[in-house]
Design a binder for this molecule. Sequence first.
Ligand code: NAD
Length: 251
Amino acid sequence: MGRLSAKIAAVTGAGAGIGLAIAELFAAEGAHVYVTDIDGEAAAKATADLAAKGFSATAMTVDVSRGQDVSHLFRTIAADKGRLDVLVNNAGLNIRADFRHLSDADWTRIREVNLDGVVRVARDGFELLRAAGAASLVNIASLMGHQPVRQVAGYAATKGAVAALTRALAVEYAPYGIRVNTVSPGFIETALTERVLKNQFTSKALLERAPLRRFGAPVDVARAALFFASDDSSYVTGAELLVDGGMAAGL
Ligand SMILES: NC(=O)c1ccc[n+]([C@@H]2O[C@H](COP(=O)([O-])OP(=O)(O)OC[C@H]3O[C@@H](n4cnc5c(N)ncnc54)[C@H](O)[C@@H]3O)[C@@H](O)[C@H]2O)c1
C-alpha cells in the first residue's frame, strides 16, 4: 500500500520540473492527483504519462494568478471528490534583474504568481482541506528566501513571505485538522535554473559551496513534499525543510 493511498492531491505548476516530480511521486504512492499548470498541454501530457503507468490523475489548466482558474479547480474537485487531502503550492517563476532595474511589470508578475497565487490557493482551498478531516498543505519556497544570490531580490522577497505565510497558516488552520509546511529547495536542475547551472563558472562556484557537492534533482524535493503530505509528519506543522544539499548549513 502506498503512503498516499486513497488520498486526493492537487499540485500547482505540475507540468514540469519539481511540480511534475511531486505529481509523479504522489501518484506512485497511491494518490489521485490533480495535475494543474498554466501550460494545459504540459499538464495533459503529464497526466497521460501517469495513466500509462496505471496511476490515477486529472489534468487541469490553472494559472494561479487568475482567481477564476483557481475557483474552477476547487469547484471541480468539490464536485468530483468532495474533499482534498493534500494541496501543494508549487507554481512559481523568477525574472532575474538587478534590483534597481526591476520593472514594475516584472515585479508584479513575480508577486502575482509566487505570492498572490499561493495566498489564493491556500485561502480558496481551505473548505476542501477542512472537509478531509486531516489534511496537508505544502508550500514550496526557496533557499533564496534565506541566502539569496544577486539579481533575485524580488523573487527572494516573495519566497520569504511564503515561509512566513506558512507559519501563520499553521497556527490558523490547525484547529481544522490542516497541517501547513514549507519545502525550500536549493539549486535543483529544472528549466528555472538551467541558465545559471549551465554556466560553467557559476555552476562551479555554487558546487564548491554545496557540502553534498551536487545540485538537486526534482525528485529530491518531491520526497520532502511526500514527507509533509503523508501521515509520517502527522505531528509536524509550521516547519520548513531545506532541500539544498547542505548549502544553508554553512561552507
Ligand atoms: N529549481 C530550483 O532550483 C528551485 C529552487 C527553489 C525553489 N524553487 C521553486 O520550486 C517551484 C517549481 O520550480 P521549478 O524549478 O520546477 O520550475 P519550472 O520552471 O521547471 O516549472 C514551473 C512550472 O510552473 C508552471 N507555472 C508557471 N507559472 C504558472 C502559473 N502562473 N500558474 C500555474 N503554473 C505556472 C510552469 O508552466 C511550469 O510547468 C517554484 O515555486 C520555484 O520557485 C525551485
